[in-house]
Design a protein around this ligand. Structure first.
Ligand code: AMP
Length: 156
């Protein structure tokens, strides 16, 4: 089922950024990825907290995340996957719409494996003070995001 655009919390997401969708969920590329490959899977319905999802939405979301993770790990020749939900502001959520972060992992991508969780949790203002993280978290252009999504759409 295809829509012309999707909402991700307050943000309107162009369908060019979306590379896979189901009746209940959609997968999009990231505006500010933590690693070169860092995508998001969301329910179509805009709810902030994981517990607000219905059983159908919950199972569809995770089945979608499983498919997306499997395809992207193989496409990028990665060897592991980080799946993360920051469920609520005190858990680091910045966009009030449930989303699973999916990040294919390779040996040495972070000096210490679990530093990815610190990076995910860094708030915007702290990010601006950290040159390294700031460098990796620049907003990307719609063209760059669309190009990445075009590649992934072929995998499904
Ligand atoms: P969280 O901090 O867990 O709520 O994660 C929010 C995620 O959404 C981060 O990875 C952001 O880079 C990403 N993000 C924020 N705005 C957009 C947007 N308009 N399009 C795509 N990704 C976004």
């Amino acid at each position: 089922m295809e829509a012309t655009s999707y909402m991700f919390g307050p943000y309107k997401i162009d369908k060019k950024e979306v590379f896979y969708s189901t009746d209940f969920s959609y997968a999009l590329v990231n505006l500010r990825p933590l690693l070169p490959v860092h995508v998001l899977v969301c329910p179509r319905r805009e709810v902030q907290r994981f517990a607000e999802l219905t059983t159908d939405e919950t199972s569809d979301l995770w089945i979608t995340a499983q498919k997306v993770g499997k395809q992207l790990e193989s496409y990028h020749k990665a060897s592991s996957l980080t799946f993360t939900i920051q469920d609520g502001p005190q858990a680091g959520q910045t966009v009030p719409h449930v989303h699973i972060h999916i990040i294919p992992r390779k040996s040495g991508d972070f000096e210490k494996n679990d530093e990815i969780y610190d990076a995910l949790d860094v708030k915007e203002k702290e990010m601006k003070q950290s040159l390294d993280l700031d460098k990796e978290r620049k907003d990307r252009s719609i063209e760059e995001m669309a190009e990445e999504a075009d590649e992934y759409r072929k995998l499904f």
